[in-house]
Design a protein. Structure first.
Length: 183
């Protein structure tokens, strides 16, 4: 019986490296007046014609429409987004000295992990077209060993837009959402 228990424990440890809890780190900030459903359009930037870029726009479009926003060429809100997949072994710092701010720290691999982690990150910004005021900014990021960016994208979009419509008086809100899935 002990041999069976040890075998099951080892099998669980090996499988735990592939599937398990995924932590989505979320930061949002809204203007004092919040953001009410209006029309939006994607910022006029030449985006690469890639599967990930096209999927990002599609997911954002669907998520915003579900929240009551409508896409329009004459929209009052401009939508900017940035999607990335990078090695999690690289830390990102903005600024220098006392002004330095760590955007993300280096992530160490888990015990028995067979592949190197990557960070999947989405940044979404809504800007008032006439004034240039930032109305909302949401950032969502996750670490993954095996999952492709396209699998993470729907979760990143949902998390990045999770506080849309709520006023935060310009305060930065941070939270961690946990879900199960392919690591």
């Amino acid at each position: 019986m002990t041999r069976l228990a040890v075998t099951l424990l080892l099998a669980n440890l090996i499988l735990a490296g592939c599937a398990g809890p995924i932590e989505t780190r979320v930061q949002t900030i809204s203007s004092a007046k919040g953001t009410k459903p209006e029309s939006f359009r994607f910022l006029d930037v030449v985006a690469p014609n890639s599967q990930v870029s096209n999927l990002t726009q599609q997911e954002l479009r669907q998520a915003l429409e579900a929240k009551g926003y409508l896409e329009s060429k004459s929209a009052s809100i401009l939508l900017s987004s940035s999607i990335a997949s990078r090695p999690a072994s690289i830390a990102i710092q903005l600024g220098e000295g006392k002004e330095a701010h760590m955007v993300t720290v280096t992530k160490a691999n888990k015990p028995f992990q067979s592949c190197k982690d990557r960070e999947h990150r989405l940044i979404v910004t809504l800007i008032q077209r006439d004034s240039g005021e930032q109305l909302y900014r949401g950032t969502a990021s996750e670490y993954h060993c095996k999952a492709d960016l396209t699998l993470s994208l729907p979760h990143l979009v949902k998390a990045a837009l999770s506080d849309l419509g709520q006023s935060s008086d310009g305060e930065n809100h941070q939270k961690v959402l946990v879900r199960r899935g392919l690591d």
